[in-house]
Design a protein around this ligand. Structure first.
Ligand SMILES: Nc1ncnc2c1ncn2[C@@H]1O[C@H](COP(=O)(O)OP(=O)(O)OP(=O)(O)O)[C@@H](O)[C@H]1O
Length: 311
């Protein structure tokens, strides 16, 4: 049974729907990512999941509970990463961790959490005197201090340096391994690709794709780009006829073909047949970045977002 169920969620501001019929489920123990351009409706969606906003229509269920009507019970199972400025500037890191622990029936020991997030040396520092990255680490610790079954992380690693970002990813993987479900809103493709089991791409209030990271990458218009300098000219129609070949470009003696693994293999056979060698051969696979740009391009319609949706 899914631990998060969002069904036909609609939320409008000033009569304009910013979330427009969003449906997805998250299985217990999954890391589920939400990606989308600025203003796509990601935060509004997760705020409805958290019970901070009431849907105009549609339903949200957290472990079978309504996050608005059953708010108190839901806050005990759902840990939320605060947005900036929701902490008193004068509160110290220790006070914040102790205060938030006191809100929960079964809090985690905050000391190892603080240690893990590199906050041990900052326990007596006031919130306002922390750097942006340290504030972010404190928000992550506060989201986890209640030993939640589900944690919602909105822009988890924004403002963190590369090492802190990687340490945080490891922490999130460890948390997932302990059975916690993670709902993650992110703008970092590398983060989504590394952490998420499945990703919903939201654009203009609608889900345009819902799949595993590998599945999304496979949907990129060009999943592989092959480029090389042939030892003698090749016939362009013959290249264009390779299986799965997309565009073929010949510029300055260099050939660039978009396609798939099948195209690469067929090209290698073609080169061997013609006794042509390929100088400076490069084969670059599409990334989640490419898929994201394709799936959120202006004019893109929501096609079959639920393909491969089930966990
Ligand atoms: N309280 C509000 N009143 C009116 N409009 C709002 C309110 N909150 C959000 N919006 C609008 O709703 C749209 C979706 O906002 P939302 O914060 O959900 O997007 P997002 O995908 O999280 O964006 P970002 O990546 O920039 O954080 C935006 O156009 C935003 O201006």
């Amino acid at each position: 049974m899914p631990i998060i169920e969002v069904n036909g969620l609609v939320k409008a501001y000033g009569g304009r729907p910013v979330v427009d019929g969003v449906t997805f489920t998250v299985a217990e123990g999954e890391i589920f990512g939400i990606l989308g351009p600025n203003g796509a409706g990601k935060t509004t969606t997760v705020e409805c999941v958290e019970g901070l906003r009431s849907p105009d229509s549609g339903t949200v269920r957290i472990a079978g509970l309504d996050p608005v009507a059953d708010h108190d019970r839901v806050t005990h199972i759902l840990g939320v990463q605060l947005q900036q400025s929701r902490l008193q500037p004068k509160i110290t890191v220790r006070e914040a961790l102790e205060l938030y622990s006191a809100f929960y029936p079964r809090p985690a020991d905050w000391r190892p959490l603080a240690e893990r997030l590199g906050l041990t040396g900052k326990l007596d520092t006031r919130f306002a005197e922390l750097s942006g990255g340290q504030q972010q680490r404190l928000f992550i610790a506060l989201a986890l201090v209640g030993s939640p079954r589900i944690v919602v992380l909105d822009e988890l690693t924004t403002g963190l340096d590369p090492r802190a970002r990687r340490d945080t990813w490891q922490l999130i993987e460890d948390i997932r391994d302990s059975g916690v479900t993670v709902l993650l809103v992110t703008h970092f493709m590398e983060e989504a690709q590394r952490l998420c089991d499945r990703i919903a791409v939201i654009d203009r209030g609608r889900i345009t794709a819902l799949d595993t990271p590998a599945g999304l990458i496979g949907r990129a218009a060009a999943s592989t780009v092959i480029s090389f300098t042939p030892s003698r000219p090749l016939d362009e129609p013959e290249l264009a006829a390779l299986p799965d070949a997309g565009s073929v470009r010949l510029t300055g003696g260099r050939v660039e073909i978009t396609g798939t693994d099948r195209t690469v293999n067929a090209l290698l056979s073609l080169l061997a047949r013609h006794s042509v060698t390929a100088g400076e051969l490069r084969v670059v696979s599409a990334t989640l970045d490419d898929a994201f740009l394709d799936l959120t391009a202006p004019g893109t319609q929501a096609t079959d977002p639920t393909a491969a949706q089930e966990a």
